[in-house]
Design a protein around this ligand. Structure first.
Ligand SMILES: NC(=O)c1ccc[n+]([C@@H]2O[C@H](COP(=O)([O-])OP(=O)(O)OC[C@H]3O[C@@H](n4cnc5c(N)ncnc54)[C@H](O)[C@@H]3O)[C@@H](O)[C@H]2O)c1
Length: 256
């Protein structure tokens, strides 16, 4: 699927994406780059991230793209890289809190340390990235923060309570921050994907049983691809969405 819409308001804007090296994040990086935005992204996977920068860098019309290696559980490093990205590319207008890890875990065997680690990968960095971009957006007089949620807990999915708790909390965080930051014309929304056919999902989780569940669950039966998530993110980041804040935007083919 190729996205065709152009948003002039995104051209030249600085966009910061967490977990932009692969999956939905890589599509987000590419899609904003194709809008002529300047995109900074962080990820723990250095090789795939560097390859993405190489692939996008030389394409005419694309905005600048920069990768900074980072483990997002290190909040000090994350916040220092947000400052570095702003100094290199300009004040950050758009933040996409995308990184997560949906590793399955049995509720009976989770230790307090594992629980904290899971929330550090899936929830904690959302708040601290938002905290770090706030001064830039306030100075610019506008901004858009997009938090990636998940349909999993809406659908009552088990097998990963740390992940589903984080994703539920992200919706609360979104609404609270939208109220706090709204007077500065900073919008905060939650983009809620359905089951997206990333390479990782296809390699690790999508078997015949999963395909049957998708066919039964989705109203529109086509595979949900990362570009459909990016399409919503582009809209939410653009000036066209200037009165959209504090909401969930669900892109799941009509499942939940
Ligand atoms: N794929 C789906 O079906 C689906 C469904 C619902 C919600 N989502 C949400 O969409 C977002 C993207 O999902 P995805 O499927 O592309 O995920 P993914 O696991 O394929 O990719 C996540 C990216 O984040 C990076 N990352 C993970 N932990 C990190 C860390 N500690 N520090 C830095 N980078 C780290 C990974 O290297 C990877 O590039 C996530 O928030 C996820 O919860 C995805």
């Amino acid at each position: 699927m190729t996205l065709t819409n152009q948003y002039p308001s995104l051209k030249g804007k600085t966009v910061f994406v967490s977990g932009g090296g692969s999956g939905i994040g890589a599509s987000l990086v590419e899609s904003f780059c194709q809008q002529g935005a300047k995109v900074a992204f962080v990820d723990i996977q250095e090789d795939v991230s560097a390859a993405l920068v190489d692939r996008l860098g030389g394409v005419p019309g694309n905005g600048e793209v920069r990768f900074y290696p980072c483990d997002l559980t290190d909040i000090e490093r994350l916040q220092s890289l947000i400052a570095l990205a702003a100094s290199e590319l300009g004040a950050i207008s758009v933040l996409i809190n995308n990184a997560a890890n949906d590793t399955r875990h049995d509720f009976q065997n989770v230790s307090p340390e594992q629980w904290d680690k899971c929330l550090a990968v899936n929830l904690r960095h959302h708040f601290f990235a938002a905290q770090a971009v706030y001064p830039y957006m306030k100075e610019l007089g506008a901004g858009s923060i997009i938090n990636l949620g998940s349909m999993s807990w809406h659908a009552g999915q088990g097998g990963m309570p740390g992940y589903t708790s984080s994703k539920a909390a992200i919706e609360g965080l979104t609404r609270g921050l939208a109220r706090d930051m709204g007077p500065d014309r900073i919008r905060v929304n939650c983009l809620v994907p359905g089951w997206v056919m990333t390479e990782k999902q296809l390699n690790e989780r999508v078997d015949e049983v999963a395909r049957e569940a998708i066919d039964k669950g989705q109203s529109v039966k086509d595979p949900l691809m990362p570009e459909s998530i990016s399409a919503m993110a582009l809209f939410l980041a653009s000036d066209d969405a200037s009165m959209c804040t504090a909401q969930n935007f669900i892109v799941d083919g009509g499942w939940i």
